[in-house]
Write a protein that binds this ligand. Sequence first.
Ligand SMILES: [Zn+2]
Length: 163
Amino acid sequence: MKCLVCNAIHEQNVCPRCGFPVVEIPGDYEAGLKALQPTVAKYRNDFAKKINVALVVHNYDYDNDLEYMGEEKLPFGNAGALMSAEKWLDVKFINVLSRKTFPVTLNVSVEGQPDYILTLEINNLPSETIQVGISLDESFDFRLIFRDTSGNTVSSDAMPLLK
Ligand SMILES: [Zn+2]
């Protein structure tokens, strides 16, 4: 069974990922599904607000010798907000121009569940600095976006945000 809210495939009465119950639709399936849409949309919206996405960055101090200052999580916001609009971090990252692709790490936190990490590679842009953005669709598939100083962008492939 595929969950109507988050698309998880499961064989239980209630989705183990988002908690939405399996709904038996009597009679015409398409009409029943259509009638359910407002309920599904509201549940999806509420569930999405419980998911927070952050970019994991490693900070270095350039003042002295290169010193590792530790990891930081820069929040993109909750999945509900990301579904309604592309979100860009305010930070301009210094780019490593010799890299063809760039490894990116996201921290995903779903209320009531342990945080997990998603890693992906995104094509690099020939730009001194890079901004990082994210977009999320209603199936919980996200794309990571790089933007250079002239406004050119490059996106990753769509990837599932949820495990
Ligand atoms: Zn679900």
